[in-house]
Structure formats: structure tokens, C-alpha cells
Design a binder for this molecule. Structure first.
Ligand SMILES: Nc1ncnc2c1ncn2[C@@H]1O[C@H](COP(=O)(O)OP(=O)(O)OP(=O)(O)O)[C@@H](O)[C@H]1O
Length: 521
């Protein structure tokens, strides 16, 4: 456990046994989507005042289970018991009545509104008239007594990811939820932010104020903060236990059903000399017109992975958007293969630039279109798919998709299923399959490519990125996961307040200095 974790956990308060959170049980729950059984007779028990993790590979049924508890889905069979009594829950509003609240993987706050406005908006009461002055005083008092603080007057769009996640948790505390369900709460946080948020939650659990049920893919966090785990595999219950009795390899075996060796990443020795991407004096603004990126310069060569480290909200997202043609640069120049590049679709095709963006379902997919159509988004107007009549095009598209689904192990009922129905990890694999499968790739820009993925998928994606690099692809890897950058990168750059403030070959990188630069020192 880190020093930070220790200090956060030590602050214990006496437990009020009489006022513990409710007992939550899921009993024999089954949920089908058409012919597909997403959840098959699964039971789970979150005891009052415990920190419980729900583990499983991508597509194991974790989100489906918690969505049934929250009333988003109606299970085909099974019960939710709160304090040992079966409760009808058909909406999050019902769940709230029983003290159950959920923090989602993606932020749900309204970006243009302030923290205070978002908190008031999150309430379930139907008051038409809001007495803002009284409300604001109430919010100030709430914030002072909350385990962590976020400035009430800041518009949400100006908050860094860590603060946004804290706001999502604060919303639930404000709503007086006693059982908090968290869907991968730390995916958008740095390790330090994650330790802080989980440590604060752990304090609340130990004080008997909260129970937590957390979906997680991060073994480190499970080992450090969690009391009990329930594991799902392919929609079925695969195991349960106390974390103190389980090793990492026990957890992995429960998840996968078999013992399995970890893969080695074989980076070939390469001397990177041919510049592929040149970023020259680039400036860019945030949505609100304030400076996001200020005078950054960087060259990425063929056969190298350059990692950009930084605390989220320091300009990395805007920089990637400029490189992906989703945001204009306000000054500066980008070259690819020595020629001016403005990231239009035709230039991306001509210069063979591929992008793995953050939040792929929103930024790189059309959710209601099928897996096959989404896989073909880059190539539908090119041969062989674009030759012949429409029926032939569709056939070619489905054939190409089937082969990609196989190669990239995408779990989908068929290539005709809407991509929006896939689990988060499988959406990510779909985008990855589309972007990485081309042998024409020259430059890969990846932003947090392993967000929300199980450890098997993470390993797979890392292997694919390194393989691309070994083939001579230039890779710009933006990640909030420092370990990922140190494992994959050849060089590392730190971005802070929109500027590059540190650069080093990975072999010579000094972790303490990187941490200090990330924190703006
Ligand atoms: N609305 C839906 N319609 C059809 N199938 C669905 C729907 N939601 C989920 N599924 C399927 O149910 C299965 C379980 O998905 P679920 O999202 O619960 O997995 P998960 O364990 O949360 O995965 P991940 O870690 O990738 O988020 C998957 O095969 C998914 O494709």
C-alpha cells in the first residue's frame, strides 16, 4: 500500500452499529437480451459497512447486474433484497428510496453548469421553485462536512477528471445514498487521485457511513481498499471471498477459469531516426476559449512510442483532438512525413494516421449501427468492400467484420448487433480492431487506450501497440496511467498546464521528477 493510502486509511472514526447502511442482497438473478443470457442465476451479498468489489472479464455481466439493481433493467428472474426484504426497483428513483445510488464510469454532470447547480439538479424531488440563496447555504454546509471538497462555483467543464469523479461521488453523498455502486470509478484518475478517492471512500466505509459495491478491473486497488469480492464469468457466479484470503493469482483464476501465464512484451531494438509526426509550436484552446495547449513541440519517429504523461485536464485531451482533426489549433504547425497536416479525413487516409480516442463509444463509433458497419467506417468506400452492387458490399463488409471479430476476440452475439449493446471493453476492442488491423498504418495516436478494459484485454492491446511499433509505426500514446507509459514507451514527455515540462528516454526517466512535474512543481 502506498504512503498516501496509509495516511488516508488511518483516519478512523468509531462505528455507530445502530446506524449502519442497509444490507443488500441480489438473489438468483437472471437477465436475458434476446437469445443472449447476460446474467445467469447470480447472487451477491453486500454486507452493511463493507467495501465489496465485483470482478470479471469484459462482457462478464457486471454492468448488467448493477443496472438490474438500479432498476435500469428488469431482470427476467431474481430478487433484490434490502434489509432482507424483497424490494421492487424499477428505476434509479426507486433504488434511491432504499438508499442505493450509483456513480457511473462516465461523468453525468452538465458541463456548462456549476458544481452547485449540478448538485441541486441531481435531486429526485419535484420542486419547481428553488430558493437559491437557502439552497446555496445548505450546499456550503454540506460541502464543509463532506469527506472531500469541490469548489461550488466552478463550471463542471473546467474541472479536471479527478474533481469530476469526486463530484459524482459527492452527488450521491448529497442524496444521502448509503450503498454506493461505483462502475470503475478510477478509470479516469491518476494513481494518486485514485488512491485518494478510494481512501476517502474506505474511510466512510470503515466509519460505518457507507457500503460500497465497486466494479473494478484494477487488482492493485482491489487488494489495497476492498474487503470482499464476488467474481462473474460469462454471466455466471464464479467465486466469492475475502480479499485478505485471496492472492492475485486466485483472483485471476476465478475470472478466467484457468491458470494462465502473462504475456511478455517483446520490443525490438530500434533506432528511431525518421520523423513521422512533427508538432511545431502548437497552441489550442479549451471549449471555453481559455488556453489548453501552449507552444508545444514534439517529434515522433518511425518505430518509437512517445508517451505523454499528465494529470487529466492539463491539455492532453485538446492536443489529441487537434491531432485527430476534432479541434482547431490556434497557432503552430503539424507535419506528417514532412508535409503539412491538418487532420482532414482525406489527409488521415493519405498519411495513414490512425486514432484510438478516449470514450470510443462516443468518439469513434455510431452506437446504433452494427458491429460490421462500425468496423467498416474507415473502409466502406474503398475496394474490395466498395466494388460491386450494394448486396455485395454488405456481404464483403460482414465477411471482413467476422474475421476481425475473431482476430480481436470481440464478444458480440453477431456482427449485426448494434455496437452500443456491447460491453465497454468490447466496444474498445471493436475500435481497436478497426484502427489497428490495417497494414497501411504509419502513425498511431492513442489516448488512454485501455480505459475500462479487463487485464486480459489490456495485455492484448499493449501487445498490439508494441507490435505496431516494431513494424515501424510511430506511436503517440497519451495516458493517465504512468505504469502503462513506462512499460510501453521509448520516450516520455510530461504535460502540465498545457506545456511540455519534462522529456526523457524511458531508460533514463526519473519517476520522482516525473511525479513532481505532473503535479506542476
Ligand atoms: N442492452 C443490451 N442489449 C443486448 N446485449 C447486451 C446489452 N447490454 C449488455 N449486453 C450483453 O451482455 C453481456 C454482458 O455485458 P455487460 O456490459 O454486463 O458486461 P461487463 O462485465 O460490464 O463488461 P465490461 O467490463 O466490458 O464493461 C455482453 O455480452 C453484452 O454484449
Amino acid at each position: 500500500m502506498s504512503g498516501l493510502t496509509d495516511s488516508v486509511i488511518q483516519n478512523q472514526q468509531p462505528i455507530n452499529q445502530a446506524n449502519l447502511p442497509p444490507d443488500l442482497e441480489v438473489v438468483n438473478m437472471t437477465k436475458r437480451f434476446g437469445a443472449m443470457t447476460a446474467l445467469d442465476n447470480v447472487s451477491l451479498h453486500v454486507k452493511p459497512g463493507t467495501f465489496h468489489a465485483l470482478l470479471g472479464e469484459n462482457g462478464a455481466g457486471k454492468s448488467t447486474l448493477v443496472k438490474c439493481v438500479m432498476g435500469f433493467y428488469t431482470p427476467d428472474k431474481g430478487d433484490v433484497l434490502v434489509d432482507k426484504r424483497s424490494r421492487p426497483i424499477s428505476s434509479p428513483r426507486d433504488a434511491h428510496k432504499y438508499g442505493i445510488g450509483m456513480v457511473y464510469q462516465h461523468f453525468t454532470s452538465v458541463p456548462a453548469m456549476t458544481v452547485a447547480e449540478n448538485l441541486v439538479l441531481s435531486r429526485y424531488d419535484d420542486r419547481n421553485l428553488i430558493n437559491w440563496k437557502a439552497e446555496y447555504e445548505h450546499l456550503k454546509a454540506f460541502m464543509q462536512s463532506a469527506p472531500f471538497q469541490v469548489d461550488l462555483d466552478t463550471p463542471v467543464m473546467q474541472l479536471a477528471a479527478g474533481q469530476k469523479q469526486k463530484l459524482e461521488i459527492l452527488k450521491q453523498l448529497y442524496l444521502q445514498s448509503r450503498i454506493l455502486i461505483l462502475d470503475e470509478p478510477t478509470s479516469v484518475l491518476t494513481p494518486q487521485e485514485a488512491d485518494e478517492v478510494l481512501g476517502l471512500l474506505r474511510n466512510e466505509v470503515q466509519a460505518g457511513n457507507l457500503s460500497v459495491l465497486m466494479i473494478s478491473h484494477k487488482f492493485r486497488e482491489v487488494m489495497a481498499f476492498v474487503d470482499e469480492v464476488t467474481v462473474l464469468r460469462k454471466g455466471q457466479f464464479a467465486g466469492h471471498g475475502l480479499v485478505k484470503d485471496l492472492s492475485l493469482s486466485d483472483l485471476a483464476t476465478m475470472m478466467l477459469g484457468e491458470r494462465r501465464e502473462t504475456q511478455q512484451l517483446d520490443k525490438t531494438l530500434s533506432v528511431a531516426t525518421t520523423p513521422v509526426l512533427e508538432i511545431k509550436n502548437i497552441h489550442a484552446n479549451k471549449d471555453n476559449g481559455l488556453t489548453a495547449v501552449s507552444d508545444v513541440n514534439l517529434t515522433v519517429h518511425s518505430g518509437e512510442i512517445v508517451g505523454i504523461a499528465g494529470v487529466s485536464g492539463n491539455g492532453q485531451r485538446e492536443l489529441v483532438e487537434v491531432l485527430a482533426g476534432q479541434r482547431p489549433a490556434t497557432a503552430g504547425q503539424i507535419l506528417v512525413n514532412g508535409e503539412t497536416y491538418t487532420a482532414t479525413r482525406s489527409e488521415m487516409f493519405r498519411y495513414r494516421v490512425f486514432a484510438l480516442p478516449e470514450e470510443p463509444l462516443r468518439n469513434a463509433c455510431v452506437p446504433h449501427m452494427s458491429v460490421a458497419e462500425n468496423l467498416a467506417l474507415r473502409t466502406f468506400d474503398l475496394p474490395p468492400q466498395a466494388t460491386g452492387g450494394w448486396l455485395l458490399v454488405l456481404k464483403a463488409m460482414r465477411e471482413a467484420a467476422k474475421s476481425l471479430v475473431d482476430t480481436f476476440s470481440i464478444k458480440t452475439p453477431s456482427v449485426d448487433a448494434p455496437v452500443g449493446n456491447l460491453s465497454g471493453g468490447n466496444v474498445q476492442r471493436t475500435v481497436l480492431a478497426r484502427e489497428l488491423s490495417s497494414d497501411r498504418i504509419n502513425l498511431l495516436i492513442a489516448a488512454n487506450p485501455c480505459f475500462g478494459l479487463d487485464f486480459g484485454a489490456v495485455e492484448y492491446i499493449h501487445t498490439q501497440i508494441v507490435a505496431a511499433r516494431n513494424r515501424g509505426v510511430a506511436v503517440l500514446l497519451v495516458s493517465e496511467d504512468l505504469d502503462e507509459l513506462l512499460t510501453l514507451g521509448d520516450r516520455i514527455v510530461v504535460i502540465s498546464e498545457g506545456k511540455f515540462v519534462y522529456e526523457s528516454a524511458i531508460a533514463d526517466a526519473d519517476i520522482t521528477t516525473i511525479g513532481q512535474r505532473m503535479a506542476g512543481h
